[in-house]
Write a protein that binds this ligand. Structure first.
Ligand SMILES: [Zn+2]
Length: 247
């Protein structure tokens, strides 16, 4: 899979929170380690941190563009939190899409196993979540101004937990009873939720009408399914108007 790794801030006009430790330093350390772990596990990573930006909006837009152009399968933005009171602590993850929220939950479970307080999976219209074309999560690993969190923080363990949440034992698709896919029109299978116009032909797979054995299927938003077909490698996104799923 292709993971777009967005190391938060670290730019002029886009600097992170300052607490007991600076957010910039921590997002850089965790994001770099996370990319290394994903690559080691055989995945591709896209570094979304731009070289420079003319302002905050430009910084965010460039990050999103990098992920979209690379057709990443999942976008992961790494941040650390700060609170005005200095009393908040724990870990939380933001996501908007259904699949994003599921990935967020898996990642948060892993992080919280390290001892961080579980602040939950949340939704907010953050620019990078709204404008990326793939499932996206924004991880607020811990609070930079919490003595408790900063004492607990081990960059390697944090990166490992996020990596485990992304690619761990938890499959991307649920293990329902496999069913049958009845394709009623010649149609294209897509490798992601992006619109066809943004996906190169090479990455899509045409299938003819007929019956196919499914290994996995899950309904996704807007009348689409995520499916895994026996004999056709990988997980595909298909428009439900062109098929029927019998379980
Ligand atoms: Zn941040």
């Amino acid at each position: 899979m292709r993971f777009a790794i967005d190391i938060g801030h670290n730019l002029r006009y886009d600097t992170g929170a300052i607490g007991i430790k600076p957010e910039d330093e921590l997002t850089m350390a965790v994001g770099t380690k996370l990319s290394e772990l994903l690559e080691k596990a055989g995945h591709t990573t896209i570094d979304c941190l731009p070289d420079s930006a003319q302002g905050l909006k430009d910084s965010l837009a460039k990050r999103v563009r990098k992920a979209n152009i690379a057709h990443a399968n999942v976008f992961v933005s790494i941040h650390f939190n700060a609170s005005s009171s200095g009393k908040a602590y724990g870990s939380e993850i933001y996501a908007l899409s259904r699949l994003g929220k599921r990935i967020a939950r898996d990642v948060l479970d892993e992080i919280c196993q390290l001892g961080y307080y579980d602040r939950g999976v949340k939704s907010a219209n953050f620019y990078v979540l709204k404008h990326t074309k793939m499932p996206a999560i924004l991880v607020e690993c811990a609070f930079v101004d919490s003595a408790k969190d900063m004492a607990l923080l081990d960059v390697d363990k944090m990166a490992r937990a996020i990596c485990q949440g992304l690619i761990g034992e938890v499959p991307l698709l649920s293990e329902k009873t496999p069913g049958k896919l009845i394709v009623t029109h010649k149609t294209l299978l897509k490798p992601s939720t992006e619109q066809s116009g943004y996906i190169s032909k090479k990455e899509m797979r045409a299938i003819d009408p007929g019956e196919y054995q499914l290994l996995n299927a899950e309904a996704e938003e807007e009348g689409h399914f995520w499916i895994e077909i026996k004999g056709i490698e990988g997980q595909w996104f298909i428009f439900s108007g062109h098929c029927q799923i019998l379980t």
